[in-house]
Ligand binder design. Structure first.
Ligand SMILES: Cc1cc2nc3c(=O)[nH]c(=O)nc-3n(C[C@H](O)[C@H](O)[C@H](O)COP(=O)(O)OP(=O)(O)OC[C@H]3O[C@@H](n4cnc5c(N)ncnc54)[C@H](O)[C@@H]3O)c2cc1C
Ligand SMILES: NC(=O)c1ccc[n+]([C@@H]2O[C@H](COP(=O)([O-])OP(=O)(O)OC[C@H]3O[C@@H](n4cnc5c(N)ncnc54)[C@H](O)[C@@H]3O)[C@@H](O)[C@H]2O)c1
Length: 467
């Protein structure tokens, strides 16, 4: 870790941001740019989970496998037998700057932010204690402490060494075998990354399919992709216990069977990092999310704001950074009851959250699923299609993908779109723009996708809708 550059001297700031992950960095960047003296308090590494143990290393582990699979789908491209695991891990290490945050500290200092090393704790109105120092905020304290893995209450788990997402994204060797518990985004991404690097992976999922928060067809296509990579899927079973002997961990399952591997990854979700933060004095419970309005103001405390994973709104880096921009703007401008869709209001959180699951096939989804749209009481029309256009067949032999568009029939606008298929991630932003802009399908008809791109699926969706 880089040398501490803690701010010294006057302990009074305009703004104190607790937590220097991507969200805290953005909030602090905004307030510093707005001329407010800003302290950024970070307990571990500036850059947070995303830079060192989440987004960056996980995507660096996945990308080489996708490149190899893509090359294999196009005849005439010379491809090797398998990935060079050592080179993949080395490149992953580079993407995390070898877990050295000095580059991000340099950015913060350059942006006029004062970095304070240490764990911050709220000790009273507008005050934060860090390692015995008491910092005071004239205007606001912004909590951006992120989230931590939620460990299930599983007999034996506490006694057995196992991986969480940190170990799964930073391991320096490929385990001979890996059992993954939990079929959410972390579970499927890491199952595929390590399988493609040569590990014998078993994925244990309590439901019928992985990715239960997405449209079912997306989870099914990802399950097919994982199986093609040799991942053994155990669906519809719950873990009942864990035991371990030297070099092997065994997970007992609810159907009486068990699975063993050299390593066990527990990927059963995350919870807000509100422990040991002093939130109880303001009426909140440690371990629960901080409830915020759309400007990030914490319910009932007018000087306290929060953004990112700690609010439990959307556990995604891009959405947390969006919330941080809103909070930063709200704090700088002092906006009172600003209108939705203005710069200090994170309105899109409710209707237009985009997410990509970086497996092969990718899942790219924005807005509501069909079930969510129906639960919201909308009169919806669902359009389903295989992705089968000139662009997809040129992209890969045997291209397999599906698309779903959900239309609010009353407004004739989109409320949800899901693409699942190889390299669909880059299709997503068009869908996000359509939803945020409330563009009618009749106007979308005039947004002509270029030939021959996979985006022509948009034309097919609109034709299938009846245009
Ligand atoms: C394996 C994995 C892969 C992911 N991949 C993606 C992806 O591809 N795309 C995506 O959008 N999202 C992804 N996510 C989610 C993403 O990592 C989070 O949404 C994002 O990191 C949230 O940012 P944050 O700043 O709120 O929290 P964090 O990144 O968790 O940062 C919080 C920071 O606060 C610090 N902190 C905590 N408590 C204190 C305290 N009391 N005092 C001082 N500092 C404190 C921590 O040390 C940390 O640096 C992934 C998550 C995981 C686990
Ligand atoms: N590409 C991305 O955008 C990306 C990648 C990774 C993580 N993330 C974000 O990070 C957050 C955390 O990801 P995650 O995968 O840890 O959480 P998650 O909530 O997405 O998935 C956890 C899964 O574990 C299952 N589960 C819970 N308890 C279980 C148990 N006892 N036994 C078996 N299964 C159990 C749940 O049903 C769920 O499917 C998510 O909100 C996700 O959006 C995003």
């Amino acid at each position: 870790m880089s040398e501490s550059r803690a701010a010294d001297g006057d302990q009074t700031y305009d703004v104190i941001v607790i937590g220097g992950g991507p969200v805290g960095e953005n909030a602090a960047g905004r307030t510093a740019a707005g001329g407010l003296r800003t302290a950024l308090v970070e307990a571990e590494r500036v850059g947070g989970e995303c830079s060192y143990w989440a987004c960056m290393p996980s995507k660096a582990l996945l990308r080489p496998g996708h490149a190899l699979a893509a090359a294999r789908r196009v005849p005439g491209v010379p491809v090797g037998e398998r990935l060079d695991a050592a080179a993949v891990l080395k490149r992953r290490n580079e993407f995390t700057s070898n877990w050295d945050d000095s580059g991000q500290v340099d950015w913060a200092v350059g942006a006029g932010i004062e970095v304070v090393r240490g764990r911050g704790r709220l000790t009273g109105e507008r005050t934060v204690e860090v390692g015995g120092r008491v910092l005071t905020a004239r205007r606001a304290v912004i909590v951006c402490t992120g989230s931590v893995p939620r460990t299930p209450n599983l007999p034996g788990l506490a006694d057995v060494e196992h991986w969480g997402s940190r170990e799964a994204t930073s391991a320096q060797e490929v385990p001979s075998s890996l059992v993954v518990l939990g079929g959410g985004v972390v579970g499927v991404e890491m199952a595929q990354a390590w399988a493609r690097l040569g590990s014998a992976v078993t994925l244990v999922v309590s439901g019928e399919r992985p990715l239960p928060k997405f449209e079912a067809f997306a989870g099914d296509l990802v399950a097919d992709g994982l199986r093609e990579d040799g991942v053994v899927l155990r669906t519809g079973v719950k873990a009942t216990g864990v035991s371990g002997v030297d070099g092997s961990v065994t997970l007992s399952l609810s159907d009486g069977s068990s699975v063993s591997g050299e390593k066990l990854l527990v990927a059963t979700g995350r919870q807000p990092a509100t422990f040991d933060l002093g939130v109880e004095q303001f009426g909140f419970t440690a371990g629960d999310a901080l409830p915020v309005d759309d400007t990030g103001r914490v319910e009932g405390v007018d000087w306290l704001y929060a953004a990112g994973d700690v609010t439990g709104r959307a556990l995604l880096t891009h959405q947390g950074k969006y919330a941080a921009r809103a909070v930063g703007t709200a704090v700088v401008t002092g906006a009172q009851n600003p209108q939705p869709w203005t710069a200090s209001v994170a309105t899109a959180d409710h209707t237009a959250v985009p997410q990509v699951v970086f497996t092969d096939p990718e899942v790219a989804a924005v807005g509501w699923t069909e079930a969510q749209a129906r639960d919201a009481g909308l009169d919806v029309r669902v359009v389903d299609l295989d992705i089968a256009v000139a662009g997809s067949s040129l992209h890969a032999d045997g291209y397999k993908g599906k698309a779903r568009m959900i239309v609010d029939e009353r407004k004739r606008t989109l409320v949800g779109v899901t693409f699942a298929g190889p390299d669909t991630a880059e299709l997503l932003h068009a869908a996000t723009v359509a939803i945020v802009g409330e563009i009618t399908v009749d106007r979308l008809w005039h947004a002509v996708p270029a030939y021959p791109t996979i985006s022509e699926v948009w034309l097919r969706l609109l034709e299938a809708y009846g245009l």
